[in-house]
Design a protein around this ligand. Structure first.
Ligand SMILES: [Fe+2]
Length: 350
């Protein structure tokens, strides 16, 4: 049976980022205490740092999110941080899913030996991490509320799944969402939409995750086919995150992992590319297409003549490695239903 851990504290509302100063004051115990701010590099050109209570002692790192988090990149940050003799009191992740996940991994690796790769898997973290605060600047990944720090290493895309990955404190300030470019905004939001659909249509859910996913899905449809409300979107994202973290993904995420691994695509984008071809499994695809049209997002064809058969094969193999999600979607005999031929047929349409 699952023993589900949730985020302990959260603050929600316009301007809630201003509460950060007070929250940090409780953690700045003496003159040696300092805070590490891990900020999405997108904010290098858009001034956000002037809103943050950064003191002279603190360390600010702009996180390169051009590619999905990689274990070697995380190890590199750890090496930089270990130059200081004293550990930081607080790690703060400010950004999208990648930045939030990197901050989770950093908080763990500062108190646990070895490299990020060593902790890819389930419940491998032994020592308590550094206290961490998550501040999302885009909505949909649910990363702010989950126990996974997603990353790729040389051979696999697998998160650090641990109670120690869960944020101690989250700040949901809808004002931070206003700078996200339209397409990225939609791709990431649709990640949440898909979390809800996969959670609800699988078999590994329970009454709690069903309640969260149903409400989140309704809110998403209200927001995207009715009137946009950023605060509501942050709540939907959080609820979708809780639902998926405590149930399982289905058909779309395994396909998206294959696409991301082989073609180096961002998570939200590859989710949209895959979900767009899954109408035979998920009736919600028609509403998803309505949303894309309303927001003028046209998905490009990614399986072009430049993509080799060998690459398509690798995408299919990586997809089929996700046994538990596929069992969640199709049942125990999923292999006889979701065959490699079927997967390749779907990939070729993308
Ligand atoms: Fe996702």
């Amino acid at each position: 049976m699952k023993n589900s851990k949730l985020v302990q504290y959260y603050i929600i509302g316009s301007g809630s980022i201003n509460e950060l100063e007070l929250l940090l004051s409780f953690k700045r115990e003496n003159s040696n205490s300092y805070v590490v701010f891990l900020i999405d590099h997108f904010f290098k050109s858009i001034s956000l740092t002037n809103k943050l209570p950064i003191l002279e002692n603190d360390t600010v790192i702009f996180v390169d999110t051009t590619n999905e988090p990689h274990s070697e990149y995380i190890d590199g940050i750890i090496e930089t941080l270990k130059i200081k003799a004293i550990r930081p009191s607080v790690i703060i992740g400010i950004g999208g899913g990648s930045t939030l996940d990197i901050a989770k991994a950093i908080s763990i690796l500062l108190t646990n030996p070895g490299s990020a790769e060593d902790y890819q898997g389930w419940d491998l973290v032994k020592n308590a991490p550094i206290y961490k605060i998550g501040i999302p600047t885009i909505a949909g990944t649910g990363a702010e509320f989950t126990r996974t720090a997603v990353m790729t290493s040389k051979t696999k895309k697998l998160g650090i799944n641990s109670d120690h990955s869960v944020y101690d404190q989250v700040i949901l300030d809808p004002d931070l969402l206003t700078t996200v470019p339209n397409e990225q905004f939609i791709y990431t939001a649709m990640d949440c939409y898909v979390h809800n659909v996969e959670s609800l249509r699988g078999s590994q859910n329970d009454e709690m995750t069903i309640a969260f996913a149903e409400k989140s899905l309704n809110m998403m449809e209200e927001i995207f086919l009715g009137e946009m409300n950023l605060e509501k979107l942050q709540v939907a994202s959080a609820m979708g995150g809780i639902a998926i973290a405590n149930s399982n993904v289905g058909i779309c995420h395994p396909l998206s992992y294959g696409l991301s691994l082989v073609l180096n695509l961002h998570h939200g984008f590859s989710i949209c590319i895959a979900f767009n071809q899954l109408a035979e499994y998920y009736p919600e695809v028609s509403k998803f297409k309505e949303i894309l049209e309303k927001y003028n997002v046209r998905l490009p064809k990614i399986i072009t003549p430049e993509i080799s058969l060998e690459q398509i094969n690798r995408i299919a193999d990586a997809t089929l490695k996700n046994e538990r999600p596929l069992e969640n979607a199709f049942g125990k005999n999923w292999r006889s239903i979701f065959t490699k031929e079927k997967v390749i047929e779907l990939i070729k349409k993308m």
